[in-house]
Design a protein around this ligand. Sequence first.
Ligand code: NAD
Length: 277
Amino acid sequence: MARNSFPTGNTRVLGIVGDPIEQVLAPTLWSELCSKNGFDIVCIPMHVRPADLKNFLDGARGWKNLEGLIVTVPHKIEALKLVTVATARAHATGAVNSIRPDGQGGWIGDMLDGGGFLAAYEDRIRPVRGQRVLVVGSGGVGAAIALALGEAGASEVDVSDVNASRAHALAARLGAHGVASKSVDPTAKGYDLVVNASPAGMRPEDPLPIDLDGATSDLAVADVVTKPADTRLLLAATALGCPVQGGLQMAEAQIPLQAEFFDLPPGDWRLSSSNSH
Ligand code: NAD
């Protein structure tokens, strides 16, 4: 499987489809990991506007050397409507972030953001079972994380959002899936784990998305933001002695799940540069 000249006519393709696309890390990370494993696969960015997504996916269904597509902003919700089959967790979240051709002219979709978060958390910090959790940000990623934590046995998964109706809707959806949940203010007191699943923290001037007042070192604090790796929330939590998890760890933990979904051969999917948090 080792490759000399690359790419060749045998090279297979993974894609990441989004709009904008310049910010994505997947082409670099996946191409490096495939190379490290000796897999003849390249990951390429695919800049597709929302109005063109349906035509794009209709055309790409016949792409014979395509392993699959990672779906990113703003296509995750629309792509669920365009796949032939989606997993129960994708339907529960209302979105897909990974799709692959089904070999019969259709697409299979899954939502792996929540699984990535959960795997990183349980691997690095502690089991979720019995924990009281607050998830701040009730969009696609917040919903995926909240559902995954609920399924993993969190005793309560409360939610919050600057858009209160989104938080109410997510709490109701979690309740319908048997997860105890209510919409609350973003205050850490009383929780075992708080998660920022909103974009707050990407810009230096962003306010802290979660009030850590009164928090002790028993509290675990996680952030989905990948840039910067050390968000203000994580720095504040670290100063309190709390265990923390960053967005890069969630992203890294998702890679083996996606590799399995794309039906790639077993490999070493650890990033050589994975040393943050
Ligand atoms: P989205 O737009 O669907 O949802 C974001 C939600 O956050 C919205 O409901 C918005 O109202 C809410 N929000 C914004 N600012 C807030 C604040 N200060 N307090 C509370 N709520 C606030 O977006 P999404 O797809 O859910 O993505 C959210 C973030 O997750 C993005 O920053 C994205 O880059 C990141 N992300 C990380 C990973 C990873 O692996 N680490 C994977 C996917 C997405």
